[in-house]
Design a protein around this ligand. Sequence first.
Ligand code: 8YV
Length: 329
Amino acid sequence: MKNIVLYKKLSAELMTRLRQQAQVTCIDDLSADGLARLRDALPTAHGLLGASLRLDAGLLDLAPQLEAVSSVSVGIDNYDLDYLTRRGILLTNTPDVLTETTADTGFALILATARRVTELAAWVRAGQWRKSIGPAQFGSDVHGKTLGIVGMGRIGEALARRGHFGFGMPILYHSHSPKPEVEQRYAAGYRSLEALLEESDFVCLTVPLTAATEGLIGARELARMRPESILINISRGKVVDETALLEALQAGRLRGAGLDVFEREPLPADSPLLRLDNLVATPHIGSATHETREAMARCAVDNLLAALAGRRPANLVNPAALEVAQTTG
Ligand code: 8YV
């Protein structure tokens, strides 16, 4: 039987399924002790399954028998793709199953930020609601406003669908190349990044984190946004220059920001971002529902078992690794 090392907890149902087909070692947490246990398990590991851990060469050099890494995520920025492919190690991820949930999170942040939900909910809880509200508690409309989507992949398109059909929002988007089918379905308009920033009431980031998108939204880009516009980030924290965003929010050059991802996660409790009333911060809950995380884990288990059985996994990120694996045997 192959040896699988898990560094993310799975449901009892999935654990039973895995244990019927492999020797399974569980690393319950990524504390220092957990990481030490992970390093001890790597020399005999054929398969890894987990998320939220940078798997670099320093770690994976400890795993000479590794055949496949199954990520419980759609994002693959935690993995050195060239290294994995050179070694013939298959990398798989879990797209599709999390698309709708993550787009829901994007709209939750759009609504919460525009209507100041978290700020005013705290205001009520603090006993401040002593008379009828007035302009001091007013927020901004979402319906009919222009939604600018940076990155038109699965999640970007799910956001466009919500905005167009659900909220009557004109849709603008920026991506590698125009997408006629998206323009036809949602009356969406392709824009340069600069034009999208200038024309949108809501700018929502859904790009993957790559060398090209790291720091994509910096001081210059934020300066193109209008003072009444709102930035939403459900991609990765490093896509935005957080210091520049803080300054823009503090100076009132933006109405607000709704962030689910941060340069450093967990976001430190003393982050100056958390002192801003016009910032909604959530703890990377993009795909974090019971249903979706179980579906992701199931998908990741399917991917890993297929890879270790010598079958092509459904969600193979680096197909070139197959050839390397076959030639190096
Ligand atoms: C979670 C995500 O961080 O899928 C991704 O790329 O960012 C989120 O779904 C990830 O799934 C960790 O479990």
